[in-house]
Design a protein around this ligand. Structure first.
Ligand SMILES: [Mn+2]
Length: 410
């Protein structure tokens, strides 16, 4: 990744700072023996995928000051932890010119904090963070020393930036989606009744790993039969029975950018007639919602139409008797933004603009019939419409059945 890209992002962040305000973004701390996963905002503004670093930008009396704090390597720890990022490497990857060691962070901040009125940081949502987030913990000493400084989450500043994806970001998403698609095809070609859900998960993980994608974007859902009617099922530990429809809601992550795809397939060669009936209603809504996507459309319009059209479908087959009952079998929303987080920044009230990437994922869940169907695509908003980034992953019944037939006749 070119440091010019992150430099431009930091410029846009700094433009939003008022005088005597600072933004401080903390990389995730290192947790021993755990696979490292970077803070999305830190990655977005620095391009550095290393723990424990701190990025600070401050506007003091009109003058901008930008510093990256890195760890001071300890030669005795090298054999355990490897070599830490050097000053030159940090400069090279991020394009940030002023690099200091992390033990200088508090002295540096103390030097400017009498001038600061506000600090924006990647605090996370305090309600959801128990114990308090790492950034909040790190800013505690400053808050105690300078209680007049207001400490705020920087979400509102970064949301408009992260919502619009540049070309490089779209490439990462496309790669994550393509490789997820390859894994889904592998599963369609190898799954058989009697297998465990986690065997299918392993097939996809293998495909991701051999293609160089080492992390899931989120906990994968491989749900057979009734499990597909549990929206966030992630145990993936049941045996798949003949007759089951299998739902896979999965996504690899590429340089932090997450795919989010859902496909369903019969463990037998063909969809049963009931599975076909439900699947076609969901597929039809999936396609009609995608057709609506273009700049200027509100997310709420996508949501309202989904509820309306799913209700029509359910009424037409007698699954429900009145429109009001639609929420019994469809209880989530149809779209969310996709990016560095699977549920990326951007709210339900947003109006789409070119460069947004959203999911489209209608579903119908009928636990009493041991059946759940969701079909999810990832869609880029273009200047005059949309582009389905997951278009290469089969979702037509005829395409899925022909792969299943070929697979089971082997
Ligand atoms: Mn999703």
């Amino acid at each position: 990744m070119d440091s010019e890209i992150t430099r431009k992002r930091r410029e846009k962040l700094a433009e939003q700072l008022g005088d005597n305000e600072s933004a401080i973004i903390f990389a995730k701390p290192e947790i021993s023996l755990e696979k490292f996963s970077q803070d999305s905002n830190f990655l977005y503004f620095t391009g550095i995928n290393e723990p424990e670093l701190i990025y600070l930008v401050a506007k003091v009396w009109g003058k901008l000051n930008e510093v990256l704090f890195i760890e001071r390597g300890n030669p005795e720890r090298v054999v355990w932890e490897g070599v830490k990022l050097s000053i030159d490497e940090a400069k090279d990857i991020s394009g940030i010119q002023q690099i200091r060691y992390k033990d200088e962070f508090y002295p540096f901040l103390s030097g400017i904090c009498s001038q600061l009125t506000r600090i924006y940081s990647n605090l996370g949502y305090p309600m959801l963070c128990k114990p308090p987030s790492y950034p909040l913990y790190m800013l505690q000493p400053i808050q105690e020393k300078c209680p007049y400084i207001e400490i705020k989450d920087l979400n509102d500043m970064i949301t408009p930036l992260r919502l619009v994806k540049d070309e490089w970001e779209i490439q990462q998403l496309q790669r994550a989606i393509d490789i997820t698609g390859l894994g889904i095809r592998d599963i369609l070609h190898t799954a058989k009744a009697g297998m465990m859900e986690y065997e299918l998960e392993a097939t996809l993980f293998y495909r991701m790993q051999v293609n160089g994608l080492q992390q899931w974007g989120f906990a994968p859902i491989i749900a057979a039969g009734v499990n597909a009617a549990t929206l966030h099922y992630e145990k993936n530990n049941c045996q798949i029975q003949a007759g089951d429809l299998v739902l896979m809601d999965v996504g690899a992550s590429c340089n932090g950018y997450s795919a989010d795809i859902t496909r369903c397939f019969p463990i037998d060669q063909k969809f049963s007639s009931r599975q076909t009936e439900i699947y076609n209603i969901v597929l039809d809504v999936n396609k009609k919602i995608i057709e609506l996507i273009k700049p200027g459309i509100e997310m709420s319009v996508l949501n309202n139409n989904t509820v309306e059209w799913l209700a029509e479908g359910m009424l037409s087959i007698g699954l429900i008797n009145s429109r009001e009952e639609v929420r019994k079998y469809y209880m989530h929303s149809v779209s969310h933004f996709l990016g560095l987080e699977t549920h990326d920044v951007g709210g339900r009230e947003a109006v789409l603009v070119p460069g947004n990437v959203i999911t489209v994922e209608p579903g119908i869940y009928i636990p009493e019939e041991k059946l759940g169907v969701r079909i999810e695509d990832d869609v880029l908003v273009t200047d005059n419409g949309h582009q389905v980034l997951s278009a290469g992953i089969p979702k037509e019944i005829s395409d899925i059945e022909s792969i299943r037939q070929e697979a089971l006749q082997k």
